[in-house]
Design a binder for this molecule. Sequence first.
Ligand code: ATP
Ligand code: MG
Length: 562
Amino acid sequence: MADLEPKAPSDFLRTIVANDVKAGTHGGSVITRFPPEPNGYLHIGHAKSICINFGIAQEFGGRCHLRFDDTNPCREEDEFVEGIKDDVRWLGFDWGEHQYFASDYFDQLYAWAIQLIKEGKAFVCDMSGEEISASRGRASAAGTESPWRNRSVEENLDLFERMRNGEFDEGSKTLRAKIDMASPHLQLRDPVMYRILKASHHRTGDTWCIYPMYDYTHGQSDSLEKITHSICTLEFSDHRPLYDWYIQALGIFPSHQYEFARLNMTYTALSKRRLKGLVDEGVVTGWDDPRMPTLAGMRRRGYTPEAIREFCKRIGVAKADSMVDFALLEFCLREDLNKRASRYMAVLDPIKVVIDNYPEGQVEHLEAVNNPEDPGAGARQVPFSRELYIEREDFMENPPKQFFRLAPGREVRLRYAYFITCTSAVKDADGNVTELHCTYDPASKGGNSPDGRKVKSTLHWVSAAEAVDAEVRLYDVLFAKENAMEVEEGKTWQDNLNPNSLTVVNNAKIEPALARLGSTAAVQFERLGYFCLDTDTTEARPVFNRTVTLRDTWAKAQQASG
Ligand code: ATP
Ligand code: MG
């Protein structure tokens, strides 16, 4: 019966929406929107906003629009429009036929500007941008009125039309709303509605040389689409009085703005400007570099949409800014990949092992379980032979007490294969171990103890002749500073970078099945982590990205603190 009870709304936004639906506001309809500016690729912060907007619409039987907020002709590109659509779809959301562009509303916005001029609520101002800023005043002190504020309606209509016709230079005139230079809300101190920009727009071309400001566009776009809940981040709280003023002055559909705390994450920069800097300066290879916190980068890195959605669910929605530990994102990723990723064996730092009592030239195919978490994933055959590779760090000549892996005289299990005992280590002139000699116990086939005797560790391995060479890219955080966006006095943001964010392993050895993957979905390299085939490479050999390590620092930290 409990299932039939309505669930309590899980956050303040859902409480607001649930109350509106209950009260029958807007006939109980719920229409939200996700409004990216197409001036870059989406990042994990946008994913939070997407999950909120599309999630709320789904939960309340409404819909969510995808609206490109393309009012700035100088920075926007079609490439970004397509990238954003791919990313939203990949994350698992669908806007159906409801794709819009703010630029589609330019005619309507222009007509509304004329309406406001006619009503004495807007005027053409000849002040420069700096003069306007300087005249705005402070929170505690009123601003000063523009000398052009009391132009007649006729003069304003004439000048605005000539602005539109390209008669004036950029920066020489603006259209401003005539509100109140003494308002306690700075945004209401005669804000600029239109500026002159002689720039081509990615969709309207050279039709316009005046462009509406964000504030003059956003609320009216919401209103045109009958958005019931316009959900945005906290920095727009100050803009809400102006959002409401335009809607009231024009007497149009009363969309309402609600603000939530943006996502900030440790060791991560979540600002398109900063991410663009990383791309433009060649710190990363592009917007989809697997180290980038962009959805394109995370997808290439092997993240799943399920993991990202789970992360967005766990961080919740709050009204106060906070910093989320990026380890929580990795925790969600591991949880998801543990269920879905097939297991394979790969050796990143190989050292050769010769099994002296194994017949020369013989190859056995041993059965290996693909995913112990998913019986349906089946099994595969892994070749085993006299010469193998294991991980160099799995052997120590003089092991300390806590080291349970291979050492001279020590017996260990090779996963899915046999028990082996190390008999000797071959060294080069400098004393570096170059090869290990071992014997195996034929009675331990499958890695099972023949007589109940125990070994303390199980190693991964690959057969030397059948192994395939691969490149493996190991990633670490892009920024070494916990608050990546905070630049210390006398330093630049580049000083915050982690110089070791990428380590390339050139000589990895992978089991043959890994060379035939044919999918970029993440797999587990046993004992090493989750990895995925890189999509974009000119290399002849397979290139793998490390998606995430196996070690779960976040869960451990939680245990320690909780
Ligand atoms: P950035 O701050 O990265 O430059 P932006 O706000 O300029 O991003 P937009 O394309 O305007 O990017 O954002 C689209 C939507 O995504 C907006 O509603 C914005 O509030 C939301 N958004 C942007 N960054 C975050 C974030 N870090 N956390 C949550 N929502 C975000
Ligand atoms: Mg923005």
